[in-house]
Ligand binder design. Structure first.
Ligand code: HEM
Length: 113
């Protein structure tokens, strides 16, 4: 910080170096109702912070969105169903301070005939 300031009631001293958790922003209960529910139809679905905000907004977001869209389209074309092959609480997340990082995602897929 270049000067003492306050953000959302938290005092930040000159010289300190806050770390922004973009993933946490997407789970902000003051912005999203029931934020942990995967809901593509929510009114403000585009208010997520996955790609950051403002001056640090991810310049690769257009490429990333295109890659993700293509992959999902390909999956939907190829597979009739995709399910977890383990219980949801068995999914392994890597210890990671900044991101919700999946270590493995065991899936059972059924190919279209
Ligand atoms: C799902 C995929 C991606 C996600 C979730 C993502 C997310 C982010 C986030 C949150 C930031 C801000 C980081 C910060 O403030 O410290 C960022 C920055 C950045 N991203 Fe991405 N990104 C993705 C894909 C990509 C791709 C495909 C590229 C390039 C081809 C890219 C290039 C960059 C660069 C160069 C920055 C630094 C921008 C700066 O510091 O001004 N990203 N990304």
């Amino acid at each position: 910080m270049l000067a003492d300031t306050e953000l959302a009631g938290v005092k930040l001293s000159k010289g300190c170096c806050p770390f922004i958790l973009w993933g946490s922003g997407s789970l902000d209960q003051t912005v999203f109702d029931d934020p942990e529910t995967f809901d593509l139809a929510r009114k403000n679905v585009r208010a997520h912070t996955t790609f950051g905000l403002g001056g640090r907004h991810c310049p690769g977001n257009i490429l990333a969105r295109a890659e993700i869209t293509l992959s999902i389209q390909r999956w939907l074309d190829e597979f009739e169903s995709v399910d977890l092959s383990v219980a949801a609480d068995q999914v392994h997340y890597e210890p990671n301070f900044g991101f919700h990082a999946l270590g493995h995602l065991p899936l059972r897929v059924k190919r279209r005939v």
